[in-house]
Design a binder for this molecule. Structure first.
Ligand SMILES: *Cc1c(COP(=O)(O)O)cnc(C)c1O
Length: 428
């Protein structure tokens, strides 16, 4: 058995000063039992805990570390940037450089505003969409997570689903009333609602691949129908690509599925491991944003030089030819290996993947929305999770989270993961 005594000790200490001992709820191991690991360092595909254990990491800080941990290029640039001061509260050329890089890869956006988290990005995008349309209502889909802003914690995924509070206390009814939720992948329900209510609907926000209840793919025609309906009725279509951006493909889900949203939210990968979010869209929409327009949105540390540097270096590295093809190849290898391991071990599972994000559900029902995702056996997942951790594989501590590959994961890592998965599933 792996030793976790130092992690355990730190967790008791943390719980005295931090709610639940963690600064983000999904980090706690509540859904799977046991104590969270306290981390000492990470490098490449590996993460090391304070007790000296090492793990192949498929959490990757919940998505951002697509180059692998502590990538030399990012680390070197950050060291240099730090020497020049860490924040000025005044414009720098770094902000232009990252904006230009992002706009080149996401041509649906004419302009982009940097913020400090994915939550800020979605919250601000919705404000802008409301200002632009003069309408109040927001449509979201069950199980999609768009950060923790009030009006979006309605039937939300991620930790909200893991802990059974998709509708959070503390959100006034008056806020939640402006949020309409619909089942994902249900074109008739979407059409009925939009045709009836469109005069009040400012925007539809969606995770084009739902990573916050595992990995749910849009069925053929769903995103197309959504694009058609929203265009017809002047509703702003917001793709929340905080997770899928630079992840399911270089150009995100919008390139992968060939759909052009009106606004896009980014985060995670574009910060290269530092706190960053971004939202952007068509010129006429983004010209609503202060100081160009009347919709207020601001940030003391927004666009700060360290975050911009990590983002720029990450995207520039990703621009090198062949990297996504290599990652796709290894992701497919992991997919084949994990499917085969489950089959050999005699478990009923469903596996889904888009680019380098994936999920294994312990279920024998196809997963296509929140309801079918919730049918997965979380007890079995917990035993799988614990078995994997014991064998040196770090997965997200919930059935309702995606796993991520990085460019640093090798074929050897994948082989070790598949072997561990077979043994862990066999023991369930
Ligand atoms: C992670 C995530 C967010 C929230 O980003 P934070 O940086 O955690 O605030 C929003 N939307 C999606 C799709 C995400 O995966």
């Amino acid at each position: 058995m792996k030793k976790h005594s130092l992690s355990k000790k730190l967790f008791s200490q943390a719980k005295k000063v931090i709610p639940g001992g963690v600064n983000s709820p999904v980090r706690a191991f509540r859904a799977v039992g046991g104590n969270p690991l306290f981390i000492e360092k990470a490098k490449g595909s590996r993460i090391f805990d304070v007790d000296g254990n090492s793990y192949i990491d498929y959490v990757l800080s919940w998505g951002p570390m697509i180059l692998g941990h502590a990538h030399p290029r990012v680390v070197a640039a950050l060291k240099k940037a730090t020497e020049k001061g860490t924040s000025y509260g005044a414009p720098t050329s770094l902000e232009i450089e990252l904006a230009e890089l992002v706009l080149k890869v996401y041509p649906a956006m004419d302009k982009v505003r940097m913020v400090n988290s994915g939550t800020e990005a979605t919250m601000s995008a919705i404000r802008v969409a409301r200002g632009f349309t003069g309408r109040d209502k927001v449509v979201k889909f069950e199980g999609c997570y768009h950060g923790h802003a009030d009006g979006l914690l309605v039937k939300a995924g991620s930790g909200a689903t893991t802990f059974g509070v998709p509708d959070s206390p503390g959100v006034p009814k008056s806020y939640a009333q402006n949020t309409i939720t619909l089942p994902y992948n249900d074109i008739p329900a979407l059409t009925r609602m939009v045709e009836k209510e469109w005069r009040k609907i400012a925007c539809v926000i969606i995770e084009p691949v739902v990573g916050n209840i595992g990995c749910v793919l849009p069925k053929p025609g769903f995103l197309e129908a959504l694009r058609k309906l929203t265009r017809k009725h002047g509703i702003v279509l917001i793709f929340d690509e905080v997770m899928t951006g630079f992840r399911v493909s270089f150009g995100g889900a919008q390139a992968y599925y060939g759909i052009k949203p009106d606004m896009t939210c980014l985060g995670k990968v574009i910060g290269g491991g530092l706190p960053v979010g971004a939202y952007g869209g068509k010129k006429e929409i983004m010209s609503m944003v202060s100081p160009e327009g009347p919709v207020y949105q601001a940030g003391t540390l927004s666009g700060n030089p360290l975050a911009m540097t990590a983002g720029i270096e990450t995207i520039k590295e990703l621009l090198r030819p062949g990297l996504y093809a290599a990652m796709e190849k290894r992701s497919a290898m992991l997919e084949e290996g994990l499917k085969d391991a489950a089959k050999r071990a005699g478990a009923k599972t469903r596996f889904y993947r888009a680019g380098s994000m994936f999920c294994t559900y312990f279920t024998d029902t196809d997963v296509r929305d929140y309801g079918t995702a919730k049918k997965a056996d979380t007890g079995k997942f917990s035993r799988f999770f614990t078995g994997m951790l014991e064998r040196g594989i770090n997965l997200a501590p919930s059935q309702f989270e995606a796993g991520f590959m990085s460019l640093a994961h090798t074929e050897k890592d994948i082989d070790a993961t598949v072997t561990a998965a077979y043994e862990a599933i066999k023991k369930i």
